[in-house]
Design a protein around this ligand. Sequence first.
Ligand SMILES: [Zn+2]
Length: 295
Amino acid sequence: MKISCLIVILLLFMPLNGLANAWSDIKTPYSVLNVKSAAAVSVTDIESLAIGSYANGCLAGADALPLAGEGYQVIRTSRNRYYGHPELIHFVEEFARKLNKSGSDDLLVADLSMPRGGNFVAGHASHQIGLDVDIWFRQAAKLQTLEQRESPLELSLVDKDSFEVNGNWQAVHGEMIRLAAESPQVARVFVNPAIKQKLCEQIQGHSASSNNNWLSKVRPWWGHTIHMHVRLSCAEGDKLCQNQNPPVSGTGCEDLSWWNQQMLQPKKSAQTSKDKKKEPKPVKVKPELCQLLLK
Ligand SMILES: [Zn+2]
């Protein structure tokens, strides 16, 4: 189906007036997208669309995450990456509220997506369709100042020399990850392999009847020592949004030896990735609707 046959009317609102009103609700400047054709989508008035894939797409009709709410504070707001699909905004607010009710300090919420999604100028390649969010492992006992939120102190949980978590690890970190992974709308939670290893150790000794399927969603990946990256599945009916295949069932704990080897051989890995950089990367072509939206 050719998307170019869609008549897209984008109503562009005025840009945000800076962050002068930083702690109040902010409405997205691009909150309305009317798709006046049922050719590619089955509904005629769609308020929000995640278009394409997590690492090659865009977002129409984003909502802004209010910069502070019950149980969370947004950091590095000057990057303007606190927009997301309404389902992601709702998820973050509910997730923070739940943890807060259990006595946890405020979560520090970093990147979601830009107002229309797409590629960040720097940093990770995903976060393009408003369904990804980075939540830091450091928490805040009270409201941070603007300066503190722009330059937050990192809290790494990983000892890079031993494939183990370090002394910063606390039970609340495991709870954060488990709570996210148990949420039905969450597709994956990316953490450093040493953190996954710690979670795997924690379930050893649990009875075989314990339901540890949530661990299948916890995916080991490079970095992610100071934050977890939570990825939601496409919203129901969002036909232009491309889900990934679901992770295989089981805990995934038996697959960590490769990571262990990689993590403890940093020099070799660094050389390999350097070599890889010499190869030109294939150019990703954005979905046509994104080309219109991101113009
Ligand atoms: Zn991320």
